[in-house]
Design a protein around this ligand. Structure first.
Ligand code: MTE
Length: 322
């Protein structure tokens, strides 16, 4: 049973930024031409809605024993305070600018060191799996946190189906690149598409999930619909949204924040109160409050999951490999 808090209240909505953009592939047109019609039962199609409207209920969701007992933030807080630079850099921008984002049909490419590579539609990715509710604290690198009742599936269960080879040491992830739909991509805030990566051991860890929903409903666009990664012991920027590509590789994948500021954002990005960001402390965090400004609390090593994940980094200097 999720404990719900009261609403965060209204957020100031910033004007959208409109700038010219260069040429790009219109992925929707490609998809329209190539995608086969799919029967969707447990994982229904989603209509574009306003931020306050709720999404379709997901069926057959079971509660996971891997949830934290922390009280979840309200739906309003989780869906109106977002980082999704493809839709603007302000916290209220994604809720405003992502409403018309088309997340159906959606396909994903599996590439690299695996036996079953190819392009697959989203429903085929998700439907063989049981959906689980996992309540996790998301600790953002900006030193705030919130508690989210995700609905998802263990990433390991998905990846195993594509039979990674023994050369697969890392998994890279890629967000959709579509500046027509994603106004933030018309500006070079980051190198697009947004890229992230994990070691194979991190990707296969039972705590790592692909989320398709929150609060028992389909994922809102601003939170990374239709499919996003959630790695609860790492800073939130590892949790890449709106994934279209998964690549098994023998070498460490490039990641957007590391490309943009290598001295500030490392590949590992494990939550570590002892290693500060060069411009601010990571020792404490501000839980996103519900109507009031919450006071800061201590940040825990690996965001509280040290017992479960510290072994993944045996022998690794976590100060150098931040
Ligand atoms: N994924 C993409 N594609 N683009 C982004 O800008 N921001 C990251 C991460 N995933 C981001 C992204 C950051 S910095 C954080 S803290 C989390 O998404 C925020 O997730 P939330 O908005 O669901 O809380």
């Amino acid at each position: 049973m999720i404990k719900r808090n009261t609403s965060l209240g209204s957020n100031k909505i910033l004007p959208s930024e409109i700038t010219p953009h260069s040429t790009y592939l219109n992925r929707r047109e490609l998809l329209r031409a190539s995608a086969a019609a799919t029967a969707v039962i447990a994982f229904p199609a989603q209509a574009a809605t306003l931020p306050t409207q709720r999404r379709a209920k997901l069926k057959g969701v079971i509660e996971s024993p891997l949830s934290t007992s922390a009280t979840a933030n309200s739906y309003d807080a989780i869906t109106n305070y977002n980082n999704f630079y493809e839709f603007g850099t302000g916290k209220a921008d994604p809720a405003k600018n992502a409403q018309d984002f088309q997340t159906r049909p959606w396909s994903l490419s599996i590439t690299g060191e695996a036996e079953q590579i190819g392009t697959f539609n989203l429903e085929d990715f998700i439907n063989p799996h049981v959906l689980e509710e996992r309540i996790y604290r998301l600790r953002c690198v900006e030193a705030w946190s919130m508690v989210v009742p995700w609905v998802g599936i263990p990433l390991a269960d998905v990846l195993k189906r594509y039979k990674p080879t023994s050369n697969a040491k890392y998994v890279g992830f890629e967000t959709l690149n579509d500046p027509e739909q994603m106004p933030g991509q018309r500006r070079r805030i980051l190198q697009w598409p947004y890229l992230e990566g994990l070691t194979m051991a991190e990707a296969m860890h039972p705590l790592t999930i692909l989320a398709v929903g929150l609060y028992g409903e389909l994922l809102p666009n601003q939170n990374g619909a239709p499919l996003r990664l959630v790695v609860p012991w790492k800073y939130g920027f590892k949790s890449i949204k709106s994934i279209v590509g998964i690549d098994f590789s023998s070498t460490q994948p490039k990641t957007s924040w590391n490309i943009s500021a290598p001295r500030e954002y490392g590949f590992y990005a494990n939550v570590n109160p002892e290693v500060n960001h060069p411009r601010w402390s990571q020792a404490r965090e501000r839980p996103i409050g519900e109507g009031s400004f919450a006071s800061k609390v201590d940040t825990l090593p690996f965001n509280g999951y040290a017992d479960q994940v510290a072994d993944l980094y045996n022998g690794l200097n976590l100060r150098r490999n931040f």
